[in-house]
Design a protein around this ligand. Structure first.
Ligand code: SF4
Length: 434
């Protein structure tokens, strides 16, 4: 994951749009963030560790300009600035390079040195070898195996590009006099932009002021949109490649209700990402939706924490049980996924039992997770995934609940509204097409 935002305008003061657009991608990464602008003379850059709003608007004095890019990252400090034969540029990237070692070895043999072990540095150095930025992005795309969505700021134009499989989302927005590009459309909602269209898989866009032009489309015979974006990663208000995240989550919940009905008093969610699925289950089953957990507003997103220790800590503190809704009730609880099963076993079930729940029936919005992701920042290894080793019945017994059922691949694809062949399903199938 990681979030990228870019904006270009006829107006010289894009910093408020850039700051807010980047802020609304905070859920995609919380370790580092940064902004870069071109003010007509120089490319400036500001980065810091932590959340976007750990800094205020007043800290951005001197960061005006006609165009800029921003990043929220769970791994590397971005944007990265490089000087090249095409001039200075800054770049933000989301994705993963699978053949990183091979590329680094090759670049070292040709005299390059590296300051970091980050993918963004490799991406930037490969692009810098081009005759121009479009050529450079195409050169990079031809060398890496993996995924990318990127925004690049030069003194002449902004560029936005997405890998030819479409793994990571990237969408364009428009407002009078301005064009924006974002990992998700949720970044447009409070900045007055409306969705123009998605950046197409393989597309390289050049943006100047409020005009954009497709400079190249790199062709692939297959598409591989990340299914997990709709199930969990993306903000519920986003529309990704034409499919609204909220509708997809409700559709998955409805499919779970049809496929795995249960006699229960209420349907509840593991907030926040289980809420859409639970509402869908409730609407289809006619069992009322209610809260048995509230996510504490000041807790972070556990999945996007960089280490397991931090993920465990955030998972444990983020959910507060609503005790008056739990006692004596049979509850269907919907969640986006089960990774290790430890949060369910050691946190959710403990809190529900302590508050006198009668029955717990878990409904999970995707198939059992069996393999790590090779196309985003890898936060899991295979031996951490409970479904890689245990059957559904063994998982149910391990976490100590009354019933457990998962959505099927067919349910997820139908809910998204795309053919199975166009979706990346690798974390459930353990098969990698790219
Ligand atoms: S492996 Fe899973 S998380 Fe990674 S791109 Fe594919 S569907 Fe998305």
């Amino acid at each position: 994951m990681c979030g990228n935002f870019a904006v270009s305008s006829t107006d010289a003061n894009i910093i408020d749009d850039l700051f807010l657009g980047t802020f609304y991608l905070q859920h995609r990464g919380q370790k580092y963030c940064g902004l870069s602008v071109y003010d007509g003379t120089q490319i400036k850059i500001r980065t810091h560790k932590g959340l976007v709003r750990d800094r205020s608007f007043s800290d951005l004095t001197g960061m005006g300009g006609f165009m800029g890019i921003g990043s929220t990252s769970l791994k590397d400090c971005q944007p990265l600035k490089l000087d090249s034969k095409m001039g200075e540029f800054t770049i933000c990237f989301s994705g993963n390079i699978i053949n990183r070692e091979e590329i680094v070895d090759d670049l070292k043999k040709r005299g390059h040195s590296f300051y970091t072990d980050s993918d963004i540095e490799i991406i930037a150095k490969l692009i810098a070898q081009g005759n121009n930025f479009v050529d450079g992005i195409e050169n990079m795309a031809g060398k890496i195996r993996g995924s990318y969505a990127l925004v690049l700021l030069s003194k002449n134009a902004l560029y936005a590009a997405r890998d030819k499989y479409g793994f990571r989302p990237l969408v364009m927005g428009i407002r009078e006099g301005s064009i924006a590009v974002s990992s998700e459309s949720c970044a447009f909602c409070n900045t007055g932009f409306i969705i123009l269209r998605d950046v197409e898989p393989g597309e390289i866009l050049e943006i100047k002021k409020d005009k954009y032009e497709t400079k190249k489309v790199i062709h692939s015979d297959i598409k591989q949109y990340c299914s997990f974006e709709w199930v969990y990663t993306a903000n519920v208000t986003s529309i990704i490649d034409g499919s609204p995240v909220d509708c997809v989550r409700r559709n998955i919940g409805a499919a779970l209700a049809k496929r795995y009905p249960v006699d229960a008093d209420i349907v509840a969610a593991v907030p926040n990402s289980g809420i859409g699925h639970a509402i869908g289950y409730s609407q289809e089953s006619k069992i009322p939706f209610d809260n048995v957990f509230i996510k504490y507003d000041y807790a972070s997103r556990s999945y996007t924490q960089p280490t397991q220790e931090e993920r465990d800590r955030e998972a444990k503190i983020k959910l507060i049980p609503v005790s008056c809704k739990i006692k004596g009730r049979k509850v269907v609880i919907c969640d986006d996924s089960i990774v290790r099963g430890t949060q369910f076993k050691n946190d959710l079930v403990v809190k529900l039992r302590r508050n006198g729940i009668s029955e717990i029936h878990a409904r999970i919005a995707c198939p059992p997770l069996k393999a790590p992701c090779l196309y985003g920042v890898a936060t899991r290894s295979k031996n951490e995934l409970i479904a890689a080793e245990k059957t559904v019945e063994e998982i149910r017994k391990y976490i100590g609940i009354d019933s457990l059922a998962y959505a099927t691949i067919e349910d997820v694809a139908e809910a998204i509204g795309k053919p199975i062949k166009d979706l990346c399903l690798s974390c459930w199938t353990d098969q990698y097409k790219v």
